[in-house]
Design a protein around this ligand. Structure first.
Ligand code: MG
Length: 399
């Protein structure tokens, strides 16, 4: 088989675009005096906050996202800490997604700052996959002043791998004939879906590189790991039959808080929960989506972490409804009585367009009232900043 025929059924039409150090890059763009500095976006370094994003200047010191801010401050004392401005990143994210969608409707966002694109139908208009990938990079730079890394290949896994290989400002094409050369030397953590846990499990089997996984053979991996073994041996061969599934949004929208001091009073947990619900609600509304499932997350003082969720008859984007469900879950399912709580979070999952589904927690009248209140709060926060508005915790208290 000639190379031409080999490639003909494997056209390079799957792109994975991933913004570099997204939140931190938005901060640097919005505050030009920060250019070239080690900028760390996240909770303040003297608190129990964590790093959400860091510029490559900060990463040189070993700063990584999800690391406690205090540790980041020790590693990088000259780091400039900036608070998380989620609303702003959402705005910029919509601009990024708009650029993607100007090339193809087949856009599958994985988070605010990365997406798969299937450009098979766009080639006549814009050129082949690599040409479209370059155009997207250029437009993100020219229109948004930001940098994206792009991976181009013929299946999702390889496109995702490619976008990450030469970050930041990467542009990598993986062609069918590149697989044999590029994949085997890579560590198993480069297999999509292999996190730290699976990694140590694979290492215990003597597997360190993708080459090792290939050499082990599918039969042995299935014996050891079941379906997952079959899955990773396919990935290791560069095979992935998943399609780009266009969706208008990420799979979930959530927010969480780590507290300066552990909370033990239910009233203070509920107060925090309301503010978190406010964040989640306003983000859902900003994205014009509603959550069918509300999940809470509770981390106790000893780092034991639980999640509890409830699926609603009718998806909601109303802060009060999100809060009510989250509070019920906290009171009834989380076992927080007498416990010390370090973190609380709420996630809206199972996203759907607002206004779908049957039944309601509230009557339509009070729903409309809550909606008006949410609108006012969104507008105030937009104008005056995130912390300008604090909603009264309960109707009783608001009197
Ligand atoms: Mg990114």
């Amino acid at each position: 088989m000639s190379r031409e025929t080999a490639s003909a059924d494997k056209p390079l039409t799957i792109l994975h675009v991933d913004m570099d150090a997204f939140y931190a890059a938005v901060e640097v763009r919005d505050h030009p005096e920060l250019r070239g500095k080690p900028v760390i976006v996240g909770g303040p370094s003297r608190s129990r906050g964590v790093v959400s994003s860091a510029t490559y200047e900060a990463r040189k010191f070993g700063v990584r996202s999800a690391m406690p801010s205090a540790q980041a401050a020790r590693l990088c004392p000259q780091g400039v800490f900036m608070p998380v401005r989620m609303e702003r990143y959402l705005e910029v994210s919509r601009e990024v997604m708009r650029i993607f969608r100007s090339f193809t409707p087949l856009v599958e966002p994985l988070s605010l700052d990365e997406a798969f694109l299937d450009v098979a139908g766009a080639e006549r208009l814009f050129g082949d996959g690599p040409a479209i990938g370059r155009k997207i990079k250029e437009r993100i730079r020219a229109e948004l002043g930001l940098v994206a890394s792009v991976g181009v290949s013929y299946v999702k896994y390889l496109a995702k791998l490619a976008s990450d290989l030469e970050k930041p400002d990467g542009f990598v094409i993986i062609r069918p004939e590149d697989v044999e050369r590029r994949l085997p030397p890579l560590p198993i953590s480069r297999l999509w879906g292999v996190g730290p846990k699976t990694e140590s499990r694979l290492q215990a089997l003597g597997l360190r590189t993708i080459g090792d996984v290939r050499a082990a053979g599918e039969e042995r991996l299935v014996r050891e790991l079941g379906d997952f073994g079959a899955h990773i041996s396919r990935l290791a061969r560069g095979e992935d039959d998943r399609h780009v599934e266009p969706s208008w949004d990420a799979k979930s929208i959530g927010a969480e808080r780590t507290f300066e001091r552990d909370l033990s009073a239910l009233a203070s947990m509920e107060r925090e929960l309301l503010e978190i619900a406010e964040d989640v609600g306003s983000r859902l509304r900003a994205e014009a989506v509603a959550a069918r499932t509300v999940q809470i997350k509770v981390r106790f003082h000893d780092f034991r972490t639980i999640t509890r969720s409830r699926t609603l008859e009718r998806p909601t984007d109303i802060t009060r409804e999100i809060f009510d469900v989250a509070r019920d879950l906290l009171q009834e399912k989380a076992g927080v009585k007498g416990a010390r709580v370090r973190l609380l979070g709420i996630q809206g999952q199972n996203l759907a367009p607002p206004g779908t589904g049957q039944g309601t927690l509230f009557g339509e009248k009070s729903r409309a009232k809550e909606r008006r209140l949410d609108k006012v709060i969104d507008a105030l926060r937009h104008k005056m900043g995130h912390d300008a508005v604090v909603r009264a915790r309960t109707r009783e208290e608001s009197r």
